[in-house]
Design a protein around this ligand. Structure first.
Ligand code: MN
Length: 281
């Protein structure tokens, strides 16, 4: 069992009473932080710095970049957990899902209240959520009974990578959760435009859009002339109109999409029942 490493001080005394009441409440909130870019990632560091100011945090993150790991669990080799930076970061040789699973299912001698995952180095919009390890970490938290938020920075070429903006958004969302908890069975998938905080237009509740199909695979050759392949880049937004996550971030808003895990296509359930009966007849 690993005891909790450190408890961080509240914000300074000059802040308003209302805010300080919220942060006092938040300070007792135990937040598990993970990501899929690995424990060295700038986004994880930014998130840890920001949330460490207002809540009790623990970090359990993969030892390397596991982007695209989706909800995979490691079942063929044992998992090891190492502590870095005076126990500030616990690092596992597994996937984001492994990390959250370990943390919530017995690694600690206390329970967490919430899982926050990210800040991912890149968008998780539309169908990205099916591949994303960032979103998977949040989903695992939800599976294990905790409210969960996944945060991603929508990085544009040469945009400056404003992880601080997304970190501030994370803080604001946590303060909002503390004031008014959202439905426990919901995962919030949050995408933040890569701009200075002052340039954000606000928040929008959105639905997932979806992308055009991915670009073709990239074939190359290793030094011995043997073919190797890279998965090609994700497609551009296809269903990206008003109301979607794509549209919100393209217009400078923080996109907040509530996710559910039930993939059943309920609208077609009766049709499949009829189809099966017809086939049997
Ligand atoms: Mn990633």
């Amino acid at each position: 069992m690993l005891a909790h490493a450190s408890r961080t001080p509240l914000w300074g005394r000059k802040i308003q009473f209302r805010i300080s009441r919220i942060t006092e409440a938040l300070a007792s909130l135990k937040i598990l932080i993970s990501n899929d870019d690995g424990y060295r990632a700038e986004g994880l560091r930014a998130l840890t710095e920001a949330l460490g100011q207002i809540a009790e945090i623990t970090v359990v993150a993969p030892d390397r970049n596991r982007s695209g790991a989706s909800n995979s669990l490691t079942l063929d080799v044992p998992l090891r957990v190492m502590a870095y930076d005076e126990n500030k970061y616990l690092v596992a040789n597994g996937t984001p899902t492994d990390c959250v699973h370990l943390a919530v299912s017995g690694l600690f001698d206390f329970d967490h209240d919430m899982v926050v995952s990210g800040i991912n180095d890149g968008a998780n919009l539309g169908d990205d959520v099916l591949y994303s390890g960032t979103v998977a970490a949040a989903i695992e938290g939800r599976f294990l009974g905790l409210p969960a938020i996944a945060l991603s920075l929508v990085i544009e070429p040469n945009s400056g990578q404003h992880f601080a903006t997304a970190a501030r958004v994370a803080t604001e969302l946590l303060m909002r959760v503390q004031r008014t908890p959202f439905h426990q069975a919901t995962i919030l998938n949050v995408n933040v435009p890569d701009v200075p905080y002052e340039a954000l237009k606000g928040y929008q509740a959105t639905r997932l859009g979806f992308r055009h199909r991915s670009e073709r695979i990239v074939r190359s050759e290793d030094p011995r002339g043997r073919p190797v392949y890279w998965v090609g880049p994700a497609g551009m937004g296809h269903d990206a109109g008003p109301g979607t996550d794509f549209h919100a971030v393209a217009n400078g808003y923080v996109s907040v999409t509530p996710l559910q895990i039930d993939l059943t296509r309920h609208a077609v359930l009766d049709d499949v029942r009829d189809w099966l009966q017809g086939r049997q007849a």
